[in-house]
Design a protein around this ligand. Sequence first.
Ligand SMILES: Cc1ncc(COP(=O)(O)O)c(C=O)c1O
Length: 385
Amino acid sequence: MKADFKLAGRLQKLPPYLFAEIDRVKRELAKKGVPFIDLSIGDPDIPSPKAVLKKIFEASAVKSNQKYALDAGKASLRAAIKKWMKKRFAVGLDADSEILPLIGSKEGLVHFPMALAGPGDCVLIPSPGYPGYRAAALFAGADFYEMPLLEKNGFLPALQEIPAAVRKRAKIMYLNYPNNPTTALAPKSFLEDAVRFCRKHGLILAYDNAYSEIFFGKKPMSVLQIKGAKEVTVEFHSFSKTFCMTGFRLGWACGSASLIGALLKLKTNIDSGVWGAIQEGGAHALEKEAGYTDRLRKQFAARRDLFVAGLKKKGFEGIHADSAFYVWVRLPKGYSSSIKYAAHLLKDKNIVATPGLGFGSHGEGFIRFALTTGTAELKKALQKL
Ligand SMILES: Cc1ncc(COP(=O)(O)O)c(C=O)c1O
């Protein structure tokens, strides 16, 4: 028998996952022994907090942590999240019904529409935006509409320009500030507009706050701080960026009890929760490691200042580095295709960066550099650019 199985339609609709594709290119370079500077994926080189590692190691010896975790997560982690949300944003949440630990925020973000949208529904996604949102819509059997995030609008979507026919079918709107890849922050007035829009048109707001702690000036908000938001919102948080814990897979969703309940119902049929020891490590991080994140921000700020100054010296224009650990830059003169420019960086300079088009059609014309490597490497990259 010739095993020639066709991919399911939902997968056929998707291009290869952007960062898996970049990873493939990096592996090829490594195999050939070509040294390269990796400024592609948002996976920091900085070690996770030592005390968190110790906590996880100790917790792994406890028998209850060697068993299936509960889908709803440990009460101790939910209590730590509740306390942290109150302290950081002055947002009050019920730890049992309004908080749900996730196997990384990506897991929750991508599963969410499967719980709440389906064929005939439309999911509004930012473009450029985190690639998971598009996959999420398609896996749910819904379709998606790209809301342009344009430089001239401060990378905020023009909600009033969403066509009425799309709006009528729209079920979920994803928003993400601090924004990947543009680094834009959302002012309070925009968050108010977004909540008003969702309430008026009966939409669910899926607010991705994975970078809430990677800021350089004013502290980013939680959309749950906006009056009337909670009823229509689920906000997603991550330990990956705040504590450099990308590999541990831990995040949480919080907000409307009925929306959290829907996501939990879906997840109980798919996964069996986050490993208990990791949950204990996460609770420790939230309770005790604020100082770690303060130091982290300083490190990223130093990298950002160095890299932005270097790019300016080289004549780059349209440089955006307002939050997160990315630099979103207009392509240099002579280039209109981000794929071609990224290929040039790879082939001629051995620098791996992410083409803007990979984040959606409105990302074209830009390239994203991730400052997830030390200043020595960044200086080397600047010399080559
Ligand atoms: C905007 C955004 N949201 C969510 C995630 C997923 O983070 P994690 O699944 O590690 O929590 C990422 C990862 O890069 C991201 O950039």
